[in-house]
Ligand binder design. Structure first.
Ligand SMILES: Cc1cc2nc3c(=O)[nH]c(=O)nc-3n(C[C@H](O)[C@H](O)[C@H](O)COP(=O)(O)OP(=O)(O)OC[C@H]3O[C@@H](n4cnc5c(N)ncnc54)[C@H](O)[C@@H]3O)c2cc1C
Length: 596
């Protein structure tokens, strides 16, 4: 068995299986080539995007396209595209790094994400050789721009209910498309659409590659939006649009599967992108807090402000740890599937599908981290934060969409639980065995297994407790509610939150443990403070989510027993959060930037 296979962890398995720090990737391990790509993306944003954000947001004619053209010239639009199709062919986590760096480009980031992600990837991963040869090189260079047409006025979250129709001609040579799509990013200038429509009375969608200059395609004017004002968002109408039969992507009825799998990729990429935006907003916050004086001192000297800055840093650092951990897991899974003989495209799809629960977790955690960060950024700016002249005002407005697109956070929370439970039902994940063990433990002396000693002894104990909480709550909810669990959304949201927080907590702990093994404890005092503060806070939040769930479906002695277990599972050592946050804030305030 290869090294890759030995360490492979399955998607969703973090709930029942521990991971060793040496088996995760941490951002401190980027190699020289990856750092060069990152710095190229940083330079690009600094020179080609930031000076023009005002003009981009005013939708100056042709400006967004020309910025995308420049990105294309530098190879940035073809990062995930194999070299033989005109791209750079970087691995998955490197594409996440580029997405992070380009994520601080406001509306540009959305146009970039839509073009390189949902715009290009359906064809890259599901297209046949002729289709790919025809279109991918043009998309990789930016000669053509792409958009993804799934949503319709009456079908958003329920994407498979779309009404757009495709009828095959009697000679089998052309499909005729009729329907209306809504909220289409890059719609105003895209040359190439991936359009989802139903053939005849099919239950499931099919996907079609459609050239934008085809007769019968028309657009509504630009939507007037709260944020990402420079990103083109249009309604697209298809009125008897003829599409050659060979432009059916994959097979008839496979469109919904394509849409879901591409959204999985979009979700983890969204986490990387919002991380870039969050780090940038944190740096703005720190700089402003250092410059602005009130009552004779810079506001960065005040504890209330230092708390906010430390908390911004903690949340971004945690999301970063989890994003690249999952990115490496996906790369490992891709490699493993390729060893089994799958093509790169097939292996990539399967690798990402494997970690779909983590992708949904990251989408929610990333977008909510960004919203916290930009909200506090505006607060630290005070009145200036409310001024359109402040960079954080735009960041605040632009951030909000991330909780809505790529599947709303409610849908992603439900998916997180649904996907894991389905895998358990299919026997792919042994959740029930460990859940029964935890249930048995409620009536006996707790078994905490072998716990490491040292700096993180408390956090390891608590992490085991977090995982037991998920198993106790989810296991008992499944038993009690059976099929009706799917309808008990409040409980599902609680279980999703337990899973999200646990994945985040484990990821940041593993990262810092690995870092300590490389640099020693003394050099990691701030990172240790981040882990400890995150665990301290999260234990209470896990307790609350667990309590809400238990009280929603259990009562009497049964509820009492679970609540007692919960208390035990979320008990943490005493800790001084003020001191830890002060330490974190001092470091970044002295550096005058986010410097982790
Ligand atoms: C700026 C922007 C750009 C976009 N770009 C694209 C694009 O390029 N291509 C594309 O195809 N689409 C795009 N979208 C569409 C986007 O993906 C959808 O808006 C999103 O999926 C939500 O669908 P909806 O707006 O119809 O909301 P709804 O589905 O109507 O949801 C409304 C609310 O109800 C909740 N909800 C829905 N169903 C359930 C349920 N079963 N249980 C509990 N709660 C539920 C949702 O979470 C949400 O809070 C974009 C949207 C915007 C605003």
């Amino acid at each position: 068995m290869s090294e890759t296979k030995e360490k492979a962890i399955k998607g969703g398995e973090f709930i029942i299986r521990d991971t060793k720090p040496e088996n995760i990737f941490i951002p401190e391990e980027w190699n020289e080539e990856q750092k060069m790509i990152a710095s190229m993306c940083d330079d690009f944003i600094e020179k080609e995007v930031v000076p023009h954000v005002e003009r981009i947001d005013k939708m100056e004619e042709g400006l967004m396209q020309s910025v995308l053209d420049k990105a294309g010239e530098l190879g940035m639009l073809g990062m995930s595209v194999p070299e033989d199709l005109g791209g750079m062919g970087v691995d998955f986590k490197t594409s996440l790094l580029a997405t992070e760096k380009l994520g601080k480009g406001y509306s540009f980031s959305v146009a970039y994400g839509a073009h390189t992600g949902i715009g290009t990837l359906p064809l890259l991963y599901y297209g046949n050789e002729e289709q790919k040869k025809k279109y991918i090189p043009k998309l990789a260079t930016g000669e053509w721009k792409a958009a993804y047409c799934l949503t319709e006025p009456s079908s958003g979250s329920d994407a498979n209910s779309g009404k757009t129709k495709a009828e095959l001609s009697d000679d089998g040579k052309t499909y005729t498309l009729n329907g209306q799509k809504m909220w289409i990013t890059n719609g105003g200038f895209a040359n190439f659409f991936t359009v989802f429509a139903k053939i005849g009375d099919d239950k499931n969608l099919s996907a079609f590659l459609v050239e934008a200059d085809s007769e019968g395609i028309s657009l509504n004017p630009e939507e007037k939006k709260m944020g990402i004002k420079g990103s083109s968002t249009r309604q697209v109408f298809f009125n008897n649009v003829k599409v050659p039969a060979e432009n059916l992507l994959s097979e008839r009825g496979n469109g919904f599967k394509i849409a879901l799998n591409i959204l999985n990729i979009g979700r983890i990429k969204l986490a990387a992108g919002v991380l870039g935006g969050a780090k940038d907003a944190i740096t703005h916050t720190i700089k402003y807090a250092n410059e602005r004086e009130q009552f004779g001192r810079p506001i960065s000297k005040y504890g209330a402000i230092r708390y906010k800055i430390a908390e911004q840093v903690i949340r971004a650092y945690v999301v970063e740890s989890a994003t690249y951990r999952a990115g490496q897991n996906i790369d490992d899974a891709i490699e493993s599937y390729m060893e089994d003989g799958l093509s790169k495209a097939e292996a990539t799809l399967k690798g990402i599908e494997e970690f779909a629960p983590e992708c949904a977790i990251l989408k929610v955690a990333g977008s909510e981290c960004l919203d916290y960060v930009v909200d506090e950024a505006v607060q630290v700016y005070g009145g200036m934060g409310y001024s359109a002249e402040a960079p954080v005002e735009r960041a605040y407005r632009d951030a909000r969409i991330n909780r809505i697109f790529e599947g709303t956070n409610e849908i992603n929370r439900m998916l997180t639980v649904d996907m894991v439970l389905k895998r358990a039902m299919k026997g792919e994940l042994d959740l029930m065995g460990p859940a029964q063990k935890v249930a048995g433990e409620l009536m006996s002396i707790p078994d905490m297994g072998d716990l490491p000693e040292g700096t993180f002894a408390n956090e390891h104990k608590v992490l085991k407790g977090f995982k037991k909480t998920i198993l106790m709550v989810a296991g008992s909810a499944v038993q009690k509610l059976m099929e009706t669990l799917a309808k008990e959304q409040e409980v599902l949201m609680n279980i999703a939150d337990l899973s999200i927080m646990t994945y985040m907590a484990e990821s940041v702990l593993l990262r810092v443990e690995k870092l300590i093994s490389k640099k020693g404890e003394e050099a990691c005092e701030h990172e240790i403070a981040i882990v400890k503060t995150y665990f301290y806070d999260t234990a209470d939040k896990i307790n609350k989510a667990g309590k809400d769930a238990i009280n929603s479906f259990a009562e009497g002695d049964e509820a009492k027993m679970m609540l007692m277990g919960l208390k035990r599972f979320t008990k943490t050592d005493s800790f001084n959060p003020k001191e830890a946050r002060q330490k974190i804030a001092t470091r970044v305030i002295e550096s005058n930037k986010y410097d982790f």
